[in-house]
Design a protein around this ligand. Structure first.
Ligand SMILES: [Zn+2]
Length: 196
């Protein structure tokens, strides 16, 4: 990984060796991103750093961090923070509205756009799909608000994510249809089935 100590007060000289001065330099960096078999080579160009004239330690400011993050996004084939922001603005949505529409947390979207967090491939593709056609935004907007993950209490038992799958397996196609028509009625039916 690239040495990326943040830039200290230049007047005080190098805080690592205490002997050298810091000298501005723009360089091309090569590093690897990821772990194990998922490592990808990254090339970041025009990275502004301050280099110690004595020990050659490199110090980076926010601009260097931004450029490296951008290069990592490119190497991984992901949207860059600027692209995510532009995509959202093209849709005419603020961060809160995009969060509500997609179910992605507002804080997460904010971190993506600030380059503090890298979106995974699935969410990257989701964003691209959303932006590809305004019709997709309309369709998504028409979905009922998602039911939160909080487990629901059912008399005679509780079902969360795992248990609902088991409950479904006990049911036939007609009952699944009934469930999709009316969730509460399905719960009544399930209670009845479990009592009998
Ligand atoms: Zn030094």
């Amino acid at each position: 990984m690239v040495a990326s100590q943040s830039i200290p007060n230049k007047e005080l000289g190098c805080p690592v060796c205490g002997k050298g001065k810091l000298k501005a330099q723009v360089r091309t960096e090569h590093f690897e991103y990821g772990e194990g078999g998922d490592k990808v080579p990254v090339q970041a160009e025009n990275v502004p750093v301050e280099i110690c004239t004595h020990c050659h330690e490199a110090f980076s400011g926010p601009e260097a961090v931004r450029i490296r993050h951008h290069a990592v996004c490119r190497a991984l084939g992901l949207l860059t923070p600027d692209e995510i922001r532009a995509l959202r603005e093209r849709l005419g949505l603020n961060q809160a509205e995009l969060a509500e529409l997609t179910g992605i947390g507002k804080a997460t979207i904010s971190r993506w756009e600030n380059g503090r967090l890298l979106q995974n491939k699935a969410l990257d593709r989701y964003l691209r799909l959303l932006a590809a056609n305004p019709e997709n935004v309309r369709l998504l907007g028409e979905l009922p608000p998602s039911q939160a993950a909080a487990p629901r209490h059912v008399p005679g038992g509780t079902y969360g994510h795992g248990e609902s799958a088991a409950a479904f397996r006990r049911l036939g196609g007609a009952d699944l249809e009934r469930y999709s028509r009316n969730r509460d009625r399905w719960l009544d039916w399930l209670n009845f089935a479990e009592r009998n």
